[in-house]
Design a binder for this molecule. Sequence first.
Ligand SMILES: Nc1ncnc2c1ncn2[C@@H]1O[C@H](COP(=O)(O)OP(=O)(O)OP(=O)(O)O)[C@@H](O)[C@H]1O
Length: 254
Amino acid sequence: MIEVTNLHKGFNGEKILKGITTTFDRGKTNLIIGTSGSGKTVFLKCLLGLFTPEQGSICYDGSVYSELNEEEQRNLREQMGMVFQGSALFDSMTVEENVMFPLMMFTKQKREEMLERVHEVLDRVHLENAEKKLPSEISGGMQKRVAIARAIVTRPKYLFCDEPNSGLDPRTAIVIDNLIKEITEENNITTVINTHDMNSVMEIGEKIVFLKNGNLEWEGDKTQIFKTDNKAVTDFVYSSNLFKKVRDAQLKGL
Ligand SMILES: Nc1ncnc2c1ncn2[C@@H]1O[C@H](COP(=O)(O)OP(=O)(O)OP(=O)(O)O)[C@@H](O)[C@H]1O
């Protein structure tokens, strides 16, 4: 569980996050949504320990990050997995080498042990036969699976995903969303996902935090988001033509 209290972050005197308080539960897919520039990426980077907030605290299962010493902070960061926007795989490494990379960086396991774990996670993301391929030789959806495998290979307690669906077709996007949700539940991970995608909200939005201009404007789940009359949220939800048409049809009783 991650507890965020009164989080403030700015740059060069400009306030970006203006006092965010919320919680992200374990075993749940938690989504951060909001319009472009609302501070979602800055928030995610604070959660990853990459940005130091000016005020407020982030508490990871009882440990307040700013109260930990450097070694404790490093240990905590090693319990975090990250799926980057665009996958960010190493082009010249095979799928197997990409997934093994965090184990080589952060553990002292023998090669055979590492390979066993790599194949276990590749099986889990259904990439059994791609291990010797280069990222350029597999599809975008498969690359995303490699990125997920790489993020979970060290058995993280926390998983952060930045726009995990970007660039994928809608059907593949849903498969990837559900894979993240299943892995979150199976391993009891606290997962936080930055997204613009309303399909993701509907599919896996167990907790949704809506940011507007660096403030937490609304929070709830995927059923509540369709019932709220918060204008900023409804503008966001119904900015998609499809959702607007569905709502109009519902209002007409169709
Ligand atoms: N390292 C930085 N230095 C200065 N300003 C920054 C930095 N990172 C982000 N910002 C500013 O913070 C604001 C919020 O940016 P952020 O990337 O968090 O928005 P976002 O909600 O993720 O948007 P998008 O959906 O377009 O990715 C922007 O005005 C941005 O210019």
